[in-house]
Design a protein around this ligand. Structure first.
Ligand SMILES: [Zn+2]
Ligand SMILES: [Zn+2]
Length: 447
């Protein structure tokens, strides 16, 4: 069986590390001397107390996607106080700040996401979240279990540092505080996709965008990134298998959708293991839930399964769709059942622009120290930052938030009740983002 891969994203892989490496060597000394860079490196550490205060405030008061009302209000007030032009209510609760520098130049966008998750916090902290809500009909806690509280605090800090050097900035900075990165509530639009739709990358038109994600399993002080495809494209799918209901004691008089669904689940495993060229790029097909039946002695009429697909390449992406449909419908047909497959294309690949990455990685090396900046393998998780990157060159990286001396095995993953971030990461976050912005503007100036 042949697979029609385009090779579009992954073919760039091998080349890029070399390009990035050259830029590291070329970039480091060029940026280090800039007065703006020096000023950022001095001012950011002085902000640490405020950063911790902001982060703890947001941590203790998390809000779910498209409901970040109080969070947005605090962010907007902060930006206004700094003399930054502010738009509110963008894509529901988003806040956009525009800081026009005293000198002409390009427009750089910096993005932070603001939403929490329906997770009950288990970490024993004085600023632990006690917020509860109803989510999809269930009572649950609300927690910043992905660390977006640190992202808000970091970008507020960046705004404060950059506003203080407004007259010297050769260009414009757009601060994007985005709602609903983790997804909008059912029936609503949201997140980066809606921000883009509502024109956040226009007026003034953005030339490049930067963003970071805290990582609870990367040691504090370290930064990780990857040129090109970095995080996966995501699809959600459902398979409805319809058979014929009958008494559990007389299976021959019906069509059993449970047995059929079991065969489909097993056969779907062969998409990744037997249909895709995994030397080209990884892929994942997961069934996350199976619902069917009510009691021991009834073979039900139907079974519903839901799952997710993760890919890094357009050709593999469409091929998984094709096989998912073929396998489900032909197995169902062979049993006398039917299978209806629905696929929702959710997020595109988070793709770091190769040229931009190569140009900016020297900045991160300079800020964190060369030995602390590492290239990592692709992540099969996803990020809606990808929607900005579809429109303008963007660079997204990971900031270490794991306490020093802790092992990855001990550090709780994101989205879990024990998720924990070391606040020692905040100043490096501010320095990284602020320096990416000013180094980008200054480099454009000297071009
Ligand atoms: Zn998350
Ligand atoms: Zn996140």
């Amino acid at each position: 069986m042949t697979t029609p891969f385009t090779g579009k994203i992954f073919n760039k892989f091998g080349r890029m590390s070399a390009v990035a490496l050259m830029a590291v060597i070329a970039g480091q000394s060029a940026f280090a001397q800039s007065p703006l860079a020096k000023s950022i490196d001095q001012k950011a550490p002085a902000l640490e107390k405020k950063l911790v205060e902001w982060r703890r405030h947001f941590h203790q008061n998390p809000e779910l996607g498209n409901r970040e009302f109080k969070t947005a209000e605090k962010v907007a007030n902060h930006l206004k106080q700094l003399g930054i032009e502010v738009q509110t209510g963008v894509a529901h609760t988003g806040v956009v700040g525009i800081l026009k520098g005293g000198k002409p130049g390009p427009v750089v966008a910096l993005r932070a996401d603001m939403d929490g998750l329906p997770v009950a916090e288990r970490v024993d902290l004085p600023f632990k979240s006690k917020v509860t809500t109803e989510y999809k009909g269930q009572n649950t806690g609300v927690m910043h279990a992905c660390g977006h509280d640190t992202h808000i605090a970091i970008l507020m800090g960046v705004a404060e540092v950059l506003a203080s050097m407004k007259n010297e900035l050769p260009g414009t900075i757009k601060f994007i505080f985005q709602p609903a990165e983790e997804g909008a509530p059912e029936g609503e639009e949201g997140g980066a996709e809606l921000m883009v739709k509502e024109g956040v990358l226009e007026n003034p038109k953005v030339d490049a965008i930067f963003g970071l994600h805290i990582d609870s399993q990367i040691e504090v002080g370290k930064i990780s990134y990857r040129p090109g495809a970095t995080m996966a494209a995501v699809d959600f799918f459902s398979i409805d298998v319809k058979g014929k209901q009958t008494h559990g004691a007389y299976p021959w008089s019906g069509v059993d959708p449970i047995v059929t669904s079991s065969q489909i689940v097993t056969a779907l495993q062969t998409i990744v293991s037997r249909n895709l060229d995994l030397t080209h790029a990884p892929a994942v097909v997961t069934i996350g839930a199976i619902h069917g039946g009510v009691r021991q002695n009834i073979i039900p009429e139907s079974v519903k399964m839901i799952g997710t697909i993760r890919t890094f390449d357009e050709g593999m992406h469409s091929y998984v769709h094709k096989r998912l449909n073929e396998i489900s419908s032909s197995i169902a047909q062979s049993a006398g059942a039917t299978a209806t497959v629905d696929i929702d294309v959710m997020y595109p690949v988070t793709h770091n622009d190769e040229a931009l990455t190569a140009r900016m990685i020297g900045t991160l090396e300079n800020v964190a120290g060369k030995e602390n900046v590492n290239v990592i393998p692709v992540k099969t998780g996803a990020e809606d930052f990808a929607f900005y990157q579809q429109k303008v060159p963007g660079f997204f990286f990971f900031l270490g938030g794991m306490p020093k001396g802790k092992s990855v095995a001990e550090a709780a993953p994101h989205h879990t009740p024990d998720f924990y971030v070391d606040e020692g990461s905040l100043v490096l976050g501010v320095r990284s983002i602020a320096r990416l912005a000013t180094d980008y503007l200054e480099k454009a100036k000297t071009k």
